[in-house]
Design a binder for this molecule. Structure first.
Ligand SMILES: Cc1cc2nc3c(=O)[nH]c(=O)nc-3n(C[C@H](O)[C@H](O)[C@H](O)COP(=O)(O)OP(=O)(O)OC[C@H]3O[C@@H](n4cnc5c(N)ncnc54)[C@H](O)[C@@H]3O)c2cc1C
Length: 397
């Protein structure tokens, strides 16, 4: 049986997957929208915090479902897992969407300082004081657990944008601070989708009747919700850039491994022999304590597994002087190259880029290694999910 709560180690993630697999077939397709509430969910896997940091990979999760049910019966579950791969591939090729989000948050925060009415609505929203029962409960659940069901996330974002008329970037930033599975791609692009920016002109309008139904009657939703969801003003298309094509690590060189919270199962990637391991304490930004603790626990677990796998010592480097710490560690360990699982667009990727420059100045190459799954999936994520979907059978084959 899986332990209660969200998986914090690879062993817990594998146990949670094994416990959920019997429900990943037609039962998932039929019931996944039902949100039974915190501590009671049976219709969805609650694996996202583990998948997001690759305590367990999309490939492992999808293959386990297909092995148990066949692709036809597990197609819905596997497609949801692949939405994550799709979003990541899309953002990897359109990083400007992330940069626009980051600058959008800064602009929205300036508006809060200038517009007292907006600031009051925002303060009410993030303090469970809107009077919209479901919304106020979801804020409490998010803060208490770091998780919301997918349907709650969709309705939350819709109410935030169209009923409360708050800037979408502030809502996405609030999610990003609290969600254990906070992902630059899935979070930013899902908020853009609700707002009508991702699939241009298509928005998501939350409905009281649907919320009552999918919450199994837990919410009454008597406060009025917006009855229309006009798309936010269109923005210029996000430019497409080529996917990164990092060189393979040189197996002849003395090699260190830098584990980041982007991939906590490095021993499953197929890396060259590793002589020394480093990990940075902390995940940057301003995470909620629960999110930080979850990431820390996963990182500690990954370091222990990697150390046992390669019989290599682990050095924990303190924030904030990550670059100097990495250079000192790599130099003291006499490394010629450092490999790190490829970090997709987001704060960790920014940190990796800065560290690569510092290590290069010390004559040490930092080599990001992409998983085969990402290499196979991402090139097909240039357009909509409809165009990506036919690749799913090939991916899990
Ligand atoms: C506004 C909004 C913000 C979101 N932010 C995030 C986020 O930061 N991180 C994140 O992982 N997901 C995000 N999602 C997607 C989705 O809500 C969660 O992945 C899902 O609720 C996780 O619960 P679960 O593990 O029980 O999912 P299950 O239904 O059991 O699905 C299995 C796995 O498939 C993936 N998945 C399922 N649905 C989606 C989806 N719609 N998009 C992408 N991947 C999906 C997840 O990895 C999930 O663990 C967001 C959705 C919305 C509408």
């Amino acid at each position: 049986m899986a332990e209660p709560g969200f998986a914090r180690t690879r062993a817990e993630a594998c146990a949670r997957l094994a416990a959920f697999v019997p429900r990943a077939g037609r039962a998932y397709a039929a019931r996944r929208n039902l949100d039974e509430g915190p501590g009671r969910r049976t219709t969805v896997s609650e694996l996202s915090p583990a998948i997001r940091r690759r305590l367990i990979t999309e490939e492992e999760v999808a293959r386990a479902a297909v092995a148990a049910h066949g692709l036809a019966s597990s197609e819905k579950f596997v497609a949801e897992v692949c939405w994550r791969s799709y979003w990541r591939g899309w953002l990897e090729q359109r990083p400007q969407a992330w940069q626009r989000f980051v600058s959008g948050v800064a602009q929205a925060e300036q508006r809060l300082a200038r517009e007292p009415a907006l600031a009051a609505t925002y303060a009410d929203a993030i303090s469970s004081r809107t009077g919209i029962d479901c919304f106020d409960a979801w804020v409490g659940e998010l803060e208490a657990t770091g998780y919301l069901h997918n349907h709650a996330r969709m309705s939350f974002a819709s109410i935030w944008i169209f009923t409360l008329r708050l800037p979408w970037e502030l809502g996405a930033a609030f999610f990003f601070r609290h969600l254990l599975d906070a992902c630059p791609a899935s979070n930013t692009l899902s908020w853009r989708w609700v707002a009508g920016l991702q699939t241009v002109g298509k928005t998501y309008l939350a409905s009281a009747e649907t919320i009552r139904r999918v919450s199994g009657g837990r919410f009454r939703v008597e406060a009025p919700l917006a009855t229309q969801a006009p798309p936010l003003p269109a923005e210029p298309p996000v430019p497409l850039v080529p996917l990164p094509a990092p060189p393979a690590p040189d197996p002849e060189l003395a090699t260190g491994l830098w584990i980041t919270t982007e991939d906590l199962s490095p021993e499953t990637i197929g890396l060259p022999p590793i002589a020394a391991i480093a990990a940075v304490d902390g995940i940057g930004g301003d995470p909620a304590p629960l999110k930080r603790a979850h990431a820390d626990a996963g990182l500690a677990d990954a370091c222990a597994r990697a150390s046992a796998h390669w019989q290599a010592p682990v050095t924990r480097l303190p924030e904030p002087d990550v670059e100097a710490g990495l250079v000192a560690w790599a130099t003291a360990s006499r490394l010629r190259q450092v490999v790190t699982p490829h970090a997709p667009v987001g704060p960790v990727a920014d940190r990796v880029a800065t560290a690569a420059r510092a290590l290069a100045e010390a004559g040490i190459a930092l080599v990001p290694v992409m998983r085969q799954w990402d290499r196979a999936a991402w090139p097909h994520a240039r357009k909509g999910f409809f165009a990506f979907r036919p690749q799913i059978a090939r991916l899990v084959a």
